[in-house]
Design a protein around this ligand. Sequence first.
Ligand SMILES: N[C@@H](CCC(=O)N[C@@H](CS)C(=O)NCC(=O)O)C(=O)O
Length: 205
Amino acid sequence: MKLYFAPGACSLAPHIVAREAGIPLDLVKVDLTTHRLADGSDYYDINPRGYVPALELDDHALLTETAAVVPYLADLRPASGLAPPAGTMQRVRFHQWLTFIATELHKGFVPLWHPETARSTVVAATRKLRLRFDDLESHLDRQDYLLGKDFSAADAYAFAILSWTAVLRIDMAGYPAITAYLQRIAARPAVQAALQAEGLLRAAA
Ligand SMILES: N[C@@H](CCC(=O)N[C@@H](CS)C(=O)NCC(=O)O)C(=O)O
């Protein structure tokens, strides 16, 4: 399987899940400015939508949409416990979180990435994100992970997206539970390995 990714993008979520589940992946880096691969080939020829993540299966089928790719990978290794079994209420909660992350957090950040976004739009988008952070903060104040005491694939997605607060220098001082949550996830060996592979860890001095 091949994962088309960009360092620190939402593709970090399936990357972490694959490492947590012990699924080997070929990582293929996409330059999201030029939409080209390292060998110069046009990424639009692989994924006409132009975005990452895209997961190419061994039969060359292409899967996109983080909220679909993440559970797909988790379900390949049920014993990993990264996704609750189908038909359970926890599974419903799992999809509820994946959708919340995709639509309320992931897409909520989009205006903040573009330098040309009007100041008023940045203010409105940040205000909306903070409302979502407030909600998440009270949830994570009561439990270590989104689904309870155990890490799941939804946490990998939340980690990838919430890590953007550091890159965008969003003040998280009012969110100690979210901050501790991100630190807890960052400390996981599989997460460290994914960050290392994406070139996101500073080399030790
Ligand atoms: N609907 C897609 C959106 C993925 C997405 O927004 N990817 C961003 C990086 S986090 C991207 O590749 N942007 C570049 C582009 O759209 O050309 C998903 O949920 O996976």
